[in-house]
Write a protein that binds this ligand. Structure first.
Ligand code: FAD
Length: 495
């Protein structure tokens, strides 16, 4: 019989954040009630959707699953993939969440860390006789049973990119051990661009790059609660973020949801032995990075596709409102957007279908196909938003503000108000209100170059590694030698 661990409701999730002592700074100030802060709250609403969907009977099979560790019913965001089918379900779940939020819902980065750390610690223990895998299993069981959100923290500040961690003039440029104790380690440093870090109950830290013996003190992985003593976060600002303070919901573009990134600082944070998953075994850093990046590159074949679905829908509405939806060129551009979006989805599904079991037993995506998936993600969303901007027209960036559309100030010769003038000149085909038009235009502005562009554009480019990182992996996995042999066989070249 399957028992149920505690699946949190969205309300319980939000209340659980209030109980934490997470230290948050933004615009040069400490934010005490960050849960209700108008700039931060939409990003919390986004994570809350991962809890809401798990409560919805319609999505139960996609959103919940039996834990391989306990047999309990858990949220899929805390699951260790047991099959290719699980990997496919992950992609479908991410697409669904993208459709529901049109934003980065933040919880996949922890899921990808779980799966990478689980399989890597197994192999570290085999080689070194360490207990990291058991540590990790206990940690993940606690996460699953409490339905926690966990940040996957990989990217260090990195300082001078041409230098290894031990060569940096400031050793904190990569997160490191500053003291080794009988009962644990003390760590210092920072992780940049952390998606959903403030909204997470725990963090898993991992190294950013493959390291050598000289980088032993930087070769660490561990978990720690987000409000650990010595840990704090500085909120990353997003384009147009202060529109959320203006009391004009339409101008925000997506008033309920948005992504979140922060700089996470660890200033002499103590990590007890039971939360450590790597501690100096530098030869396994490459494996951990590669596996995490592989899972995360797969993820984008789901979440960005869901967001793409909403962009395509909004673009089609813009065309309809403008009265051009029947024009063949417009129809063709919508076809192209759909083709690009579904190609990304195909890549996400393909690398999942070709998944295989790791030595630890969980399932890993096909690394070559996952890297091809992410390489396409670095390009196609840019073309999708270019086509969206093309169809939407210039109004998406030049329209007066919502307050103008509502202003009673008389400005016309016959006393017409700003509102009347705006509504007159932004009227379009019969039956479409100027307000609905504003809503669609502002949504597209937000996703193409406002706050949501952080998640849809720049994250598509750099998240899970910049394009060159995928090209390196494609070169490694592409088997050019094998392909040369195929050509030799066909044309009759002997060895
Ligand atoms: C919106 C967003 C969300 C993110 N979320 C997370 C997250 O949740 N967790 C996480 O850990 N990370 C996260 N990241 C970080 C992401 O993985 C990094 O942005 C990415 O790895 C690139 O690192 P960087 O931004 O420091 O760029 P840089 O390393 O500065 O790279 C910039 C350019 O320099 C090139 N370059 C860098 N180093 C070298 C070198 N040695 N030789 C030659 N060329 C080089 C790169 O190829 C790239 O073209 C996120 C990033 C973004 C934008």
């Amino acid at each position: 019989m399957t028992t149920t661990a505690k699946l949190m409701t969205p309300k319980e999730y939000i209340e659980s954040l209030r109980k934490m002592n997470t230290r948050v700074y933004m615009f040069g100030k400490k934010i005490d009630n960050w849960v209700d802060d108008p700039i931060i709250r939409p990003s919390i609403n986004c994570v809350a959707m991962t809890y809401a969907m798990a409560q919805d009977p319609q999505h139960k099979d996609l959103m919940t699953v039996k834990s391989s560790l306990t047999g309990h019913t858990i949220n899929r965001f805390t699951h260790l993939h047991q099959s290719s089918e699980d990997l496919i379900y992950k992609i479908k779940m991410l697409r669904l969440l993208g459709q529901k939020t049109a934003s980065c819902f933040q919880r996949c980065v922890g899921m990808d860390a779980f799966n990478a750390v689980f399989s890597t610690t197994f192999e570290v223990d085999q080689a070194h006789g360490t207990d990291y895998h058991e540590n990790f299993k206990k940690f993940l069981t606690m996460v699953q049973d409490n339905d926690f959100t966990v940040d996957g923290a990989m990217t260090d500040a990195k300082g001078d990119r041409s230098k290894a961690p031990h060569e940096q003039s400031d050793p904190d440029m990569y997160l490191r051990v500053v003291e080794r104790r009988e009962d644990g380690i003390v760590v210092s440093g920072a992780k940049c661009h952390q998606t959903g870090s403030i909204n997470s109950h725990w963090h898993i830290f991992m190294p950013t790059i493959a390291m050598s013996e000289a980088d032993k003190d930087w070769a660490i992985s561990f978990a720690c609660p987000s409000d650990a003593e010595g840990m704090y976060m500085i909120y990353g600002r997003q384009s147009c973020d202060t529109r959320k303070l203006e009391d004009a919901a339409i101008d925000v573009g997506n008033v309920k949801f948005c992504g979140q990134e922060a700089l996470v600082i660890l200033d002499h944070v103590f990590i007890p032995n039971e939360n450590i998953f790597l501690n100096g075994e530098h030869e396994f850093t490459g494996m951990m990075v590669e596996r995490f990046a592989g899972y995360h590159r797969q993820s984008y074949g789901g979440c960005k596709v869901g967001v793409g679905d909403v962009i395509i829908g909004a673009t089609a509405l813009a065309a309809e409102y403008n009265g051009v939806e029947k024009a063949s060129a417009v129809k063709d551009k919508l076809i192209e957007m759909t083709h690009l979006n579904e190609t990304l989805y195909s890549c996400g599904i393909a690398c999942s279908c070709e998944g295989c079991a790791t030595k630890a037993g969980n399932y890993q995506i096909d690394l070559l196909l996952a890297n091809v998936c992410k390489q396409n993600v670095t390009r196609f969303p840019y073309e999708i938003v270019r086509l969206a901007e093309d169809i939407a027209g210039g109004l998406m960036v030049t329209m007066p503000s919502e307050k103008d559309f509502k202003s009673d100030l008389p400005v016309g010769r016959e006393g017409e108000t700003i509102s009347q003038i705006c509504n007159k000149y932004f009227a379009t085909r019969e039956g479409v209100s100027a307000e609905d038009r504003q809503r669609v235009m502002r949504f597209l502005e937000n996703i193409c170059l406002g706050a949501a562009a952080v998640g849809y554009r720049t994250e598509s480019l750099h998240g899970a590694g910049s394009p060159q990182a995928q090209r390196i992996m494609i070169a490694r996995q592409g088997n050019i030698q094998g392909k040369k042999q195929l050509a030799k066989n066909i044309v009759g070249i002997k060895e």
